[in-house]
Design a protein around this ligand. Sequence first.
Ligand code: ZN
Length: 241
Amino acid sequence: MPATPTITANRKKREKGKEREKAPDALVMLSGGLDSATCLYWAKKKFGHVRAITFNYFGRLENEKMAAEKLVMHAGLTDPIVVELPFLKEASDYYGRDPENPKAGNAAVLSSYVPARNLIFYSIAAHYAEFLGAKWIVGGHNSHDVMFFNDASKDYIQKINSLLKEGCLFCDGRPYQIVLPLAEMNRKQVIKLAMELHVPIELTWSCHDKQPMHCGKCYACAQRIEAFSSLGLTDPVFAKK
Ligand SMILES: [Zn+2]
């Protein structure tokens, strides 16, 4: 999907002033979903000067890319660092959906599994963090993610932090580190934090469908609907239908 004229105009405006920008305090891993959007606003409040980094892996939906761009624009940040990773596939894209194949991505969790995902993402973010002089890399894993993906656990991330500390040369004794502000939070708590931080929730994208609006039926939509309704709220992404 091509960028809208407004987005393009704003991008040009931001690019013009790029030379004058100082080093970000934090790099936020931004997918365009609710968790990473909440991290973006959390980091902005906590660290002040932040920049987003986003990864275009194989099959990433255009809606999600657009959501990330809109969130960055809404937050008044400079352009995100966009990293193209076309080889990086979810299990269902790699194996296909052949029911004969025991590893075929039929289950929601398996279909969204990417081997070594966080090791790859955080390594790339670290590469940029060191050059940019950012001291923090912010990841949006919540307590639910850890139940399915070991590479989202605090223990796993701590190990990556140790390696980053050992490897960096340009850190002047203050190595950049990964922080996970949502690690102890469930979906409801993330929604509450998002509201406190005035995150533009209506701009986020979680749906696995390619339709212009959230489908309301896929696994990701169902999780959002359940979390918002348990708080007595309507998810703004459905309210705008
Ligand atoms: Zn959906």
